[in-house]
Design a protein around this ligand. Structure first.
Ligand code: MTE
Length: 320
């Protein structure tokens, strides 16, 4: 079998839908109708409005109110997504509307005092929901700024109460063969999984995202709940999470399993450590013509650099 090791992250920008196509579309309305319209590919029939089971009301956390750059326009973000379950290209928004995100259950298991199967809405009710504006840097050298709504991963960890044997948190994405055509690509190690250390999970930055742009999460963003780790490359921030497990052993992520030398476990953003096939020194700001210098830890070093003290011997692996 010809084993496709290269994710199509190296697709050129010209392969993405020109923004002007979307700018001309009529229906950039607020709310669900707008969201569904945004999701439709140009020329495709308008998608039906998504059902919105829960309306986020979230105060903006002043500590994360300003990402130092303008927020990426919603229509740009909503039309340029990586979600391989729906296709190995950026225009998956329309296909992603097949995701059945309501009802949704999350399994919390492994080495913890309170393993449980919990409905998404019941989980959210227990959590301090807020808005945070975060920078988002893909390993493919593009970036955006997103006003996420959600709650700190640390709060979910506290709810589960991991035992002292738990050293890592492993996350798993839904794998619905009927809704997700990408799952037919059998050379990928589905389901999409990722992991962090317990120390990383307890840091204040990791965010369980349940909304964006003042709305429930668009399906193409990973409805109803995805992770965002703003100091790591975007592939660590998995979407549509169904399972969260506390483990003693280090989990191996989806891309690490495919190509460990290119997509490692740590994947901290560092402009000085190139990907084996391209530089990470600069990033293309989506929705603009700008290319700007990439920052160490994507600019979040003050919050997270201490997590990696004493791990310097990991060398390149710490960064990629
Ligand atoms: N999660 C799942 N389940 N499947 C994916 O293909 N792609 C990752 C990450 N999470 C991916 C995923 C990558 S490579 C990136 S850059 C971000 O999602 C993109 O998130 P966005 O589409 O909201 O920008």
């Amino acid at each position: 079998m010809h084993y496709i090791r290269r994710p199509s992250w190296h697709l050129s920008e010209s392969a993405a839908t020109p923004e002007s196509v979307f700018m001309n579309r009529r229906a950039f309305l607020a709310g669900a109708v707008g969201a569904a319209a945004l999701a439709a590919a140009p020329g495709a029939a308008e998608a039906r409005p998504a059902e919105i089971p829960w309306t986020p009301e979230a105060p903006r956390n002043p500590a994360y109110a300003d990402a130092g750059r303008p927020v990426t326009r919603e229509r740009v973000n909503a039309a340029y997504n990586n979600f391989y379950e729906f296709g190995s290209h950026k225009k998956i928004a329309s296909a992603a509307q097949a995701l059945k995100s309501d009802p949704w259950t999350v399994e919390i298991d492994g080495l913890c005092a309170h393993p449980q199967r919990i409905g998404f809405e019941d989980l959210v009710k227990k959590m301090p929901v807020e808005e945070r504006v975060y920078r988002h840097r893909c390993v493919e050298a593009w970036s955006m700024v997103v006003p996420w709504i959600g709650f700190p991963l640390a709060e979910l960890v506290k709810l589960a109460e991991p035992t002292s044997d738990a050293k890592f948190v492993r996350f798993e994405t839904a794998a619905d063969r009927d809704a997700m055509p990408g799952l037919r690509q059998r050379w990928y190690p589905w389901p999409y999984t990722e992991g962090v250390t317990i120390e990383e999970a307890m840091n204040p930055l990791p965010f369980m995202v349940t909304g964006a742009y003042g709305k429930t999460l668009h399906k193409q963003f990973g409805a109803p709940m995805r992770l965002h780790l703003p100091w790591k490359f975007g592939f660590k921030s998995l979407k549509s999470i169904t399972r969260i497990s506390f483990t003693a052993d280090r989990p191996v992520g989806f891309w690490e399993e495919l190509q460990a030398s290119e997509y490692g476990f740590w994947a901290n953003v560092n402009p000085e450590v190139p990907h084996p096939r391209w530089s990470q020194a600069r990033e293309r700001v989506l929705g603009t013509d700008e290319k700007i210098p990439t920052q160490l830890f994507n600019g979040y070093g003050e919050e997270v650099a201490h997590l990696y003290k004493g791990k310097e011997d990991l060398g390149r692996a710490l960064w990629m």
